[in-house]
Structures are given as structure tokens and as C-alpha cells.
Design a protein around this ligand. Sequence first.
Ligand SMILES: *Cc1c(COP(=O)(O)O)cnc(C)c1O
Length: 388
Amino acid sequence: MTTAKLLFTPGPLTTSATVKAAMLRDAGSRDRDFLETVREIRERLLALGGAEPNAAGEYECVLMQGSGTFAIESVISSAIPREGRLLVLVNGAYGRRIAQMARVHGIEIETAEAPENRQFSPEAVAERLTASRSITHVAVIHCETTTGILNPIQAIGAAVERAGAAYIVDAMSSFGAIPLDLAAAHIDFLISSANKCIEGVPGFGFVLARRARLLEAKGRARTLSLDLYAQWAGFESDGQFRFTPPTHTLLAFRQALVELEAEGGVAGRAARYSTNHAVLMRGMAELGLEAYLAPEDQSYIITAFRYPEHAQFRFEDFYGRLSELGFIIYPGKLTSAPCFRIGTIGRLSPSDIDALLVGIRRVLQEMGVAPGIRAVHFSGAGGCASAQ
Ligand SMILES: *Cc1c(COP(=O)(O)O)cnc(C)c1O
């Protein structure tokens, strides 16, 4: 067996031994115990979004097999009617992915683009909705994992609600780690997955949907397997997934939810991730490595760092040497600047971040890059040109 490595990535993430151990049994997908696990997971997820998990509640939880993208696609392909029109707010790769998804399904879309290092302005969204009255749905990314930037979803949600449109939020990399109230943020559909900040293993995504909007989705689906309404109706009728559920992943996820609660819920997790991030930022600054975003735009989820400006720096070499030391970092996904990324989420503690920083220092020295690092800046780079 190869030795365990720590994942400083946007997911899948490092998980606890107890979460992994929860998978060491087989569960019958129609067995009473397993159905109770599914029911409990759906309830706990609603509670994490501040929604009442009972019949009087305004929100419903739908679990969907697959990675996070499948759950997003189930919303995009199920919620928007044939005569609908989707506005996608794009300031990174995940926004672009939603636009691409809508095109595949032949959904009428518009995009509003902001630079990768700028949060979306709620005022700009409001203006766009006034100018283009045929928009029925708006989709935005909460934490755009491309850079780690946070979009102001609550203020944008208020603008979307005023315009009478439905509001779709990809909170994949923030849910469970950044406090959020579904109703206060005017959210109709929120999407996240098992293997991000709730610290489960990959295998399913979930949608927290306003019940009225979910009921409207009946008969709108463009696929059979990703039909969000039908999936929900299945859970409501017999508590089951329509097709084979990722049983082991669900067992692990239930344990992950218990551990989230034991940590003090979202607030407790936010505190640990914030400390992780603060330790990382301090250490990277000491090494001369520069973050891509301005501090006020940066979340504590994941951080993009500019490549050091040095002939000897090659990302593949840097990555490989860190991996050999047991640290998995993440390549960049930016169109505007060469960056690599470091996630501060998952079962990681500040001492793990310290260990990573020691590793980075050693690797940069071995590569002949440190000391005296300067970051790469292209002229006009940083995506500062306003495209909004
Ligand atoms: C991780 C992530 C996704 C989903 O990615 P999958 O690889 O399909 O799990 C979607 N949006 C954001 C913002 C993400 O961070």
C-alpha cells in the first residue's frame, strides 16, 4: 500500500479515518437501515442550509448520483422550461461550465462576464435583469474555485428575486464551510457535493430546492437519469434512489455529517479553515509567493498563487517533488495568469499547513528557485480589463 498523502486541492479532499472506516460494510440499497441513513442525510443537509426539515418547510433535499457536475446538470436540465432563458454569471471556469451545459441541452442562455479577479456586482446583475426581461433563471457560483473568489450571493439573490427570476447557486466548494441561509439568500436551487467541505468521499451531489420551484420542474427534464423532480418524487414515495445509490459513499457521508456537527457545525469548520488559510498566507508571503487575488476578495477555501518568475520554476517539477513528500497541490485553471492552487479545506489542520510550507520551502530550494522569488506578471494580466 502506498503511504497516505495530504490533499491540498478543491476536492476530493483529505477525509478522516473514521469517515473512511464507515464504508467498511455493504448496505442493501432497499434495506431499512440504509433508507434511514438516506432520510437522515436529507434532513441534516436541509438543517445546514437553515431550512426546516419537516413537512411545513419551504425547501426539499434531493440527492443525485455522480460528481458535483451531475447535480448541477440535473438542475440546469430539469428546472428551466422550453420557453425559459438562463443568465449565467461567469467569472471563472465553473461559471463557463454551466453555460456550456445549458448549450448542450439547447437551453437559451446569456452570459454576463466579470474578470476572474473581480466579484460580481449585484448592481450590474440588477441592471442586466432590467435590460433583458426575458430572463427566467439566473445561475451563479458562490466560491468560484478557479481562484477562490467569493461572489456576493445574497445581494445578487435579492436582485434576482426582484426581477421575478429563479435563482440557482453552485455552492459546491463553500457549502458546509461558509455560513449560509437559503431563504435569506433568496435561493431556489443550491447545489453541492459529498466530497467538498462536508468532508465525505466522492459519489453523489445534492440539491436544496425551494419546494414550489421543484414542483414546477415536473415534466421539464431533458434526461431520464438527471430528472430532478422525478428523483425527489422517488425519495418522497419510498425513500429510495431511483437507480443504484452509491451506498458506501452515503455511509461515509453520514459519518462526515456527524463529525461536522461535533466540530461545532458550519461555524466550527469555518474557524478551522480560516486558520488554515491564515497560516498558509503568512507562510507563502514569507517565501515570496504572491496570491493572485486581492485579500478582500479571497476566500479561505482555496487560493491561487502566481508562478514564481524564475527560469528554473516548472510547475510539473514543483508538483512532483511535493507529491513525493506527501503533499498534493493543484494546478491553476486561470485564463489570465499562470497560477497554481492550494486548498485549505478537508481534514487538514494548521499543523498540516505548516508541514506543507516546510515542504514548499525545501522543494523551491532543491529546484534552485528560492530565495529571492518574484511572481510572474504579464503586461495587462490579472484579468483587470472590465468585461462587465
Ligand atoms: C468541485 C466543483 C464543481 C463540481 O466538480 P465535480 O468535479 O463534478 O465534482 C462545480 N462547481 C464548483 C464551484 C466546484 O468547486
